[in-house]
Design a protein around this ligand. Structure first.
Ligand SMILES: [Zn+2]
Length: 282
């Protein structure tokens, strides 16, 4: 047993046979151990994802799409519109499954549920002109993820998806755009462009959800009425539609079905709206 054999519990197993004193005047061993240990400690996004195999329901060709290993990532918080944030990486980048051959793409939740009519529409509207997605080695960049999300929005339009699906796909796209924005300087032109795109997605998401709640049964995009109305209230706030936002929040706060955590978030949001209204007046 080497002196450091129990250091494995600290993630330093590569030191288990290391010698403290250099007998051979050879510094290379310890250096290579240091390098090896540094490599082990370096967390790579690639280690948190895997390639999942799919057969495309539109073109029948097998393809792989990257997925996040469940249970490996840790939630760190959420934004006011309930966009979840995680430690170390942003798994939201991987929420779209996209066929790299014909361009059929959707959020994982909606993937593969297609009627014959929709398959024809995607072939005609996307597949016939689609040039293919490049193979990605390792993790998706934000740009890879944004492309896939935009493709999913296009497919939801072409296949005539319900407004709930279109709106939710726009919301998830806004969240990925925001993820990239958080890596950029706020004064850069790219930040401003992405911010405009994010607001476009938020507007489409809000308007789609307004139609969805009057026409579609709950759950919509897996959300109960209180959760969706809370998110809509925040989207309306971002769009400066404060009266609509306040009306939605009142509905969340008075509903018996709203849980305590969401009620607390709704009260916080109410305060935020007051601040935004005051700021807009100045
Ligand atoms: Zn395909």
């Amino acid at each position: 047993m080497g002196l450091f054999s129990d250091m494995e519990k600290l993630g330093l197993g590569s030191y288990s046979d290391a010698e403290v004193i250099e007998k051979n005047n050879n510094t290379r061993n310890i250096n290579s151990n240091v390098e090896q240990a540094a490599k082990q400690l370096e967390r790579k996004e690639e280690d948190y994802i895997f390639d999942k195999k799919y057969t495309c329901p539109v073109c029948d060709i097998g393809f792989t799409s990257k997925c996040v290993k469940s249970g490996k990532i840790k939630l760190s918080g959420h934004d006011t519109d309930l966009r979840p944030t995680y430690e170390f990486m942003d798994p939201l980048k991987y929420d779209v499954v996209a066929c790299s051959y014909c361009g059929y793409a959707s959020l994982v939740r909606y993937y593969g549920r297609l009627s014959m009519r929709q398959i024809k529409e995607i072939k005609a509207g996307i597949g016939s002109r689609f040039k293919g997605l490049p193979d990605i080695e390792g993790a998706y960049s934000y740009d890879d993820a944004i492309t896939r999300h935009k493709l999913a929005i296009l497919c939801s339009m072409v296949k005539g998806a319900k407004n709930g699906e279109r709106a939710y796909t726009c919301l998830k796209t806004a969240w990925v755009l925001r993820g990239k924005m958080q890596t950029l300087d706020k004064n850069s032109s790219e930040y401003r462009e992405l911010s405009d795109s994010e607001m476009d997605c938020i507007k489409n998401a809000y308007e789609g959800f307004v139609l969805a709640i009057s026409n579609e049964p709950f759950p919509i995009a897996g959300m109960d009425e209180s959760t969706l109305k809370y998110i809509m209230a925040d989207l309306a706030r971002k769009l400066k539609r404060y009266e609509e936002s306040a009306r939605l929040l009142a509905s969340v706060l008075t509903s018996k079905a709203t849980n305590h955590r969401l009620k607390d978030a709704a009260l916080d949001l109410k305060e935020l709206i007051k601040k935004d209204v005051a700021n807009d007046r100045n």
